[in-house]
Design a protein around this ligand. Sequence first.
Ligand code: 5GP
Ligand code: ZN
Length: 111
Amino acid sequence: MSDCIFCKILDGDIPSNRVYEDEHCIAFHDVQPAAPVHLLVIPRKHISSLDALTPQDQELMGHIMTRIPEIARNQGLEQGYRTVINTGEQGGQTVFHIHFHILGGRQMTGL
Ligand code: 5GP
Ligand code: ZN
């Protein structure tokens, strides 16, 4: 998707601080961190949101989920972390390339 910020990050057209990558996904630091550690994990495939998932994406989503603990541990989040997926406008989604937030490095409160 030519106008997608995260596709541009994947292509290297927008710089990012990558902490993990494999053939299916990459993880990088959020540019506006909401916690001492704030990472985003995205698939290489452009999928706009949870709402756009198809049964063909099941394995890919499972792959990302199972990589998250390893990515978090490698960033020092042994004490725990929060994982968030915002969906749609009212869900607070601002970038329409599906992504998993990993937040940690402090006590997470509230929701
Ligand atoms: P959302 O609100 O869609 O769940 O999350 C989008 C996230 O992407 C936000 O936390 C925002 O700070 C982050 N973000 C937006 N543009 C960029 C960018 O160009 N680089 C990086 N690293 N993060 C970005
Ligand atoms: Zn994209």
